[in-house]
Design a protein around this ligand. Structure first.
Ligand SMILES: [Zn+2]
Length: 242
């Protein structure tokens, strides 16, 4: 699909109508580089991030991706390439970055812990499919999550959905780990939460150092999981004890 010439104007109007705050242009990009270190655990978003509807976002991204391919010298009239800008734009908004939109956050239903199960519950090897926000390449791995009920329990598949929701954003693994832990603490009304993520970064495997063997491990322990014995028990369940 070809876009009309008014598009940059649309973007400009949108920026002016928003509050003009550009969190992701605050200079971090210059200092983060390959180090993958960031500050707050919130994903840096502009307050006006969802004033624009998804269809408009797809059109604008399609327009820009067309320019990227064009700049690379690719012939967009070729059958194999002509649908790529739209396909990529739709994939960004609807699939790999759907977790940016708070409307897509999984609704959590809690149940009373009527079995009075007081031990930790471990959900291991949850699939993690994310995207490195520094290189826009995939991060693929597993999350191991545990909590000790403070009176409420959560449907097991909801834990997978929470992991997936926070993963489907441009991410850094440290932030993803903390975001999952914070969401579970809020949802389960307990501090006793542990999250470990073991993931392979395609930006490490396919470019730069080109190491396709290494994985990155991050962990967030809170409440009772800061206690050595509890943490070791969790790590032994997920097969990560020393
Ligand atoms: Zn990266």
């Amino acid at each position: 699909m070809k876009l009309d010439g008014n598009l940059p104007e649309v973007i400009e109007t949108y920026r002016i109508n928003g509050n003009g705050k550009h969190n992701f242009h605050n200079g971090h990009a210059d200092t983060i580089g390959d180090e993958h270190i960031s500050g707050s655990y919130e994903t840096p978003m502009r307050p006006d991030a969802f004033m624009m509807d998804e269809e408009t976002k797809i059109k604008i991204i399609e327009h820009h991706f067309e320019h990227i391919l064009d700049t690379l010298g690719m012939d967009l009239s070729d059958d194999s390439l002509s649908g790529t800008p739209h396909r990529v734009a739709k994939m960004f908004v609807k699939e790999i970055f759907y977790g940016l939109n708070p409307e897509n956050k999984p609704r959590i239903s809690l149940f009373e812990n009527k079995f009075k199960y007081g031990q930790m519950l471990v959900e291991k090897s949850i699939r993690v499919t994310s995207t490195c926000e520094h290189h826009f390449l995939p991060i693929i791995g597993k999350a191991h999550v545990a909590y000790i009920s403070g009176g409420k329990v959560i449907g097991l598949s909801k834990i997978n959905r929470i992991v997936d929701y926070f993963a489907r954003r441009p991410q850094v693994q440290e932030r993803l780990t903390v975001q999952i832990a914070e969401e579970l603490k809020k949802a389960l009304e307990t501090e006793d939460v542990a999250v470990v993520i073991d993931a392979k970064h395609m930006c490490v495997a396919c470019r730069g150092i080109q190491d396709d063997n290494s994985t990155t491990l991050t962990a967030e322990y809170s409440g009772k999981f800061r206690n050595d014995k509890t943490r070791d028990e969790f790590l032994s369940y997920v097969g990560m004890n020393a």
